[in-house]
Design a protein around this ligand. Structure first.
Ligand SMILES: [Fe+2]
Ligand SMILES: [Fe+2]
Length: 415
């Protein structure tokens, strides 16, 4: 429904005639394993020949293989989510704060923002060779991540509709935004003649089960890190217009505000479960989720330095800036965050990048027999595991909410 509304709105705003290629209802319940079998053929477009992409039909790309570091689709315990958002069951639910978020979502600031123009296709045709390959990979990863948000929020909206209609509407409006983002990115992929069949992905991709509390930590962080990634790329390209290879990035300024609003709503959800912010377990999970999001992004982006370099960015500098800023946003809420400004933190991450790049290189080596590869990978995997353990124990910062405390003692401090 959110998707239909989105498409309708897009037609109003753009008079666009083509539909986005996703339509299936999101699945529910437990995770499942699916084996996808499709007939692979070479991409017919000349610009894509030799880039190694495979299509399932003309102009529709076979999705990249899932790995530990690729964006995932999530499912959760929806009954527990209903309890969390029930005003009868949960006394900590601050409807005042949630209603403020709802009003922001209803304002729909970006209703007419995602309007394409004729420059897109022409710009895509000018991106060739290795740069084209990394562009397509970036667009696919971003589209999959945005679509993952759409599926999760849409399903939460459906499940909470009866028990918590106001919260359900918030999830519905967030799924509207994510559908727009995913649709816009998929249209960009079609400029490169390799769109994704998102309906097919919905039905066939593996869904990872996460407990509700982990979903809320992880989605809060991914919204905030998404905000900082988009705004950093946008500001950099505004200062360096010669690196603006494709018009998509010009949309990031308003786009990232959607992510920021989503993050604020998820912050309110975390506050509705105080035990997720003020217990010793909360401290462990807060640090753990920060680290897993930062490490995943750092390793992923360093495998794709060519993309950031094509935009005139330095991958390391870009990543470190995004992590430092995301951490600053997060420390206003989480009870503990890693001290990312301690020099030892990025030294550890840089060491992980070195080890990971050796592993990737070894994987790609077609001349070494598989058994020998496995043997050669062992010490590297051991080294990576030890670095991961060391980063779990990295220096941390005790922090937390900056809300005005309501206790009498705190009020006496007022002047
Ligand atoms: Fe998004
Ligand atoms: Fe978002």
């Amino acid at each position: 429904m959110a998707l239909q509304m989105t498409l309708k709105q897009q037609r109003v705003c753009t008079r666009a005639s083509s539909r986005q290629p996703f339509r299936a209802a999101p699945p529910a319940g437990r995770p499942r394993q699916c084996v996808v079998r499709v007939q692979a053929t070479a991409a017919p477009n000349d610009l894509n020949s030799g880039l190694g992409f495979q299509t399932m039909r003309d102009g529709v790309k076979i999705a990249a293989q899932e790995t530990l570091l690729t964006p995932r689709f999530y499912t959760t315990d929806f009954a527990e989510m209903e309890e969390l958002f029930s005003q009868e069951i949960n006394p900590h639910l601050d409807m005042g704060e949630l209603d403020a978020c709802l009003q922001e979502f209803r304002n729909d600031y970006n209703k007419c923002h995602f309007v394409r123009n004729e420059t897109f296709k022409a710009a895509a045709d000018k991106v060739t060779g290795a740069t084209r390959k990394i562009f397509i990979e970036f667009l696919e990863r971003s589209c999959t991540a945005e679509f993952s948000g759409f599926l999760l929020y849409k399903e939460l909206a459906r499940r909470l509709k009866t028990s918590s209609p106001a919260v359900a509407e918030m999830f519905l409006l967030m799924s509207r935004d994510e559908a727009r983002h995913a649709g816009f990115l998929n249209k960009a992929l079609s400029d490169f003649n390799l769109a994704l069949d998102l309906g097919f992905l919905t039905k066939n991709r593996t869904y990872t089960y996460f407990k509700p509390k982990f979903i809320i930590y992880a989605t809060f962080l991914s919204e905030k890190i998404g905000y900082w990634r988009y705004i950093t790329i946008y500001r950099h390209l505004q200062r360096n217009p010669d690196n603006q290879l494709y018009p998509l990035f010009e949309y990031f300024e308003n786009w990232c505000q959607d992510e920021n609003r989503h993050g604020d709503f998820l912050a309110a959800c975390l506050k509705a479960r105080p035990e997720l912010l003020n217990t010793w377990e909360a401290k462990l999970w807060s640090k753990f989720f920060c680290l897993s999001v930062y490490v995943t992004m750092y390793l992923n982006d360093h495998q794709r330095t060519a993309f950031y370099e094509a935009l005139g960015l330095t991958t390391r500098q870009f990543n470190q800036h995004v992590i430092i800023e995301t951490n600053k946003s997060t420390e206003r809420l989480f009870p503990v965050v890693p001290d990312v400004e301690d020099p030892a933190f990025f030294e550890l991450l840089n060491e992980m990048v070195d080890v990971n790049s050796k592993l990737v290189k070894l994987d790609a080596d077609g001349n070494t027999p598989a058994f020998l590869k496995s043997l050669m990978k062992l010490p590297l995997q051991e080294r990576l595991a030890s670095l991961l353990i060391r980063i779990l124990f990295c220096k941390e910062k005790q922090c937390g909410s900056v809300d005005i405390p309501s206790s009498a003692a705190a009020q006496q401090l007022a002047f």
